[in-house]
Design a protein around this ligand. Structure first.
Ligand SMILES: [Zn+2]
Ligand SMILES: [Zn+2]
Length: 108
């Protein structure tokens, strides 16, 4: 097994432009996510949005906002880190397999 760090460094050097544009693309792709997160934070502070005491799916009091649609920044689901990660796994699975919510309901 080659040293991963050294390998990454070499890879980065060889693909510097590609890596930089990836970073830029990542930033551009995620700008709206940060904006949505900031909107939730502000809304909770000024009372527009109420942060529940527990996760929607369990009793964990450590809750974070999940956005189903980033164009609706205040349309959030409150989930604990575990359920949040789980939901994203399901979403990724759906995206990878190009299945929609209705189909998923038939499978699970
Ligand atoms: Zn939970
Ligand atoms: Zn989320």
């Amino acid at each position: 097994m080659p040293n991963t760090n050294a390998y990454m460094k070499e890879y980065y050097k060889a693909n510097r432009d590609k890596c930089l544009s990836h970073q830029k693309a990542y930033y551009l792709c995620n700008k709206h996510k940060k904006r949505a997160k900031d909107a939730v934070y502000r809304a909770v502070l000024n009372g527009t949005l109420t942060r529940p005491h527990t996760c929607t799916l369990c009793l964990n009091v450590d809750v974070e906002a999940h956005h189903e649609d980033y164009s609706k920044p205040l349309d959030v689901l409150w989930l604990c880190p575990r359920h949040h990660a789980e939901l994203h796994r399901v979403r990724r699975f759906m995206a990878r397999n190009e299945i929609d919510r209705a189909t998923l309901r038939l499978i699970v």
